[in-house]
Design a protein around this ligand. Structure first.
Ligand code: AMP
Length: 286
């Protein structure tokens, strides 16, 4: 695996691969890698001839009172994992390399960026789209792989790619979970033993919604109350949002038809903010 810290080296390595006729897959991450990240690399390998990845904790997507400084970092471990998964090119830039003094340009997807996590994390998605656009310009991948776990991020990046004509295929990969159902996240490392148990209420609430949906319930309101009943059984967990929305527009679905809807939840477990979601089956009308 060729590991580089500068934009110029990454650009040259990726360009050479593409000029050699290789279809290039790209997996951007913030490191502290887990099986969720590695599943993206595996998906990228299956659909590409060479895989590029990045590990960069992007300050622009953290709010002033968020966890940028304490976000888990273990670059040596990340490098070993990515190398063992067959990543060919890894970019691990410094903050100054990505945001040199005077950087003033942002990429902002209007509307969508204010929904779901965007409502409670102002500026978050603007930080995400800015860094992803920069990385796409550096790597110029044929396809980029993102986790469905961050469903709003997928919707926003798809919109950015469409609106700004990036020649990149966006592939969303299923959420990887711990055996007990907890969605894998680098932030799970913050949880103590008691919180780790409490955190299960998120996936439990989503499973309840899926169960009700499978039993024939289509009403968004009914499905929402089913989830809320489960969440209320864990009062130590503070709900940020629970929404049943169209996965592309992120707007609430009509109450009578939750088919194909994204059920998204965010909650604080102790000081840790966790998110999870499921997409309900069935085709939406119209
Ligand atoms: P992050 O390092 O948190 O920025 O995540 C990098 C990529 O990994 C994003 O596309 C995430 O959606 C994806 N990801 C994070 N957790 C999971 C998971 N549990 N399952 C699948 N993909 C994930």
């Amino acid at each position: 695996m060729k590991t580089v810290t500068t934009i110029a080296e990454m650009r040259a390595a990726c360009l050479a691969a593409r000029q050699g006729g290789k279809r290039l897959g790209f997996v951007p991450t913030m490191g502290a890698l887990h099986e969720g990240h590695l599943s993206l690399v595996r998906a990228a390998r299956e659909r590409s001839d060479a895989v590029a990845a990045s590990v960069f904790v992007n300050p622009a997507q953290f709010g002033p009172n968020e966890d940028f400084a304490k976000y888990p970092r273990d670059l040596e471990r990340d490098k070993k994992l990515l190398a063992s998964e067959g990543v060919e090119f890894l970019l691990t830039p410094s903050v100054d390399e990505m945001y040199p003094k005077g950087a003033a340009t942002i990429v902002y997807v209007e509307g969508l960026s204010e929904k779901l996590c965007g409502r409670s994390r102002p500026g978050h998605f603007r930080g995400v789209t800015t860094i992803v656009a920069k990385l796409f310009n550096i790597v110029a991948p044929d396809a980029a792989f993102f986790g469905q776990k961050d469903a709003a991020q997928v919707a926003i990046i798809r919109k950015m790619v469409r609106d700004l004509n990036f020649p990149v295929e966006i592939v969303a990969c299923p959420t990887v979970r711990e055996p007990d159902g907890l969605a894998m996240s680098s932030r799970n490392a913050y949880l103590n033993a008691a919180e780790r148990k409490q955190a299960l209420v998120l996936s439990r609430a989503l499973r309840e919604v899926e169960k009700k949906f499978a039993a024939g319930e289509r009403g968004a309101g009914e499905l929402m109350s089913a989830a809320k009943t489960v969440l209320a059984r864990e009062p130590s967990v503070t709900l940020d949002y629970l929404e049943i929305v169209n996965p592309e527009t992120l707007d609430p679905v009509p109450n009578e038809d939750a088919r194909g809807a994204l059920v998204a939840v965010a909650a604080f477990v102790g000081g840790t903010r966790l998110i999870d979601n499921v997409v309900l089956g069935g085709k939406r009308k119209g």
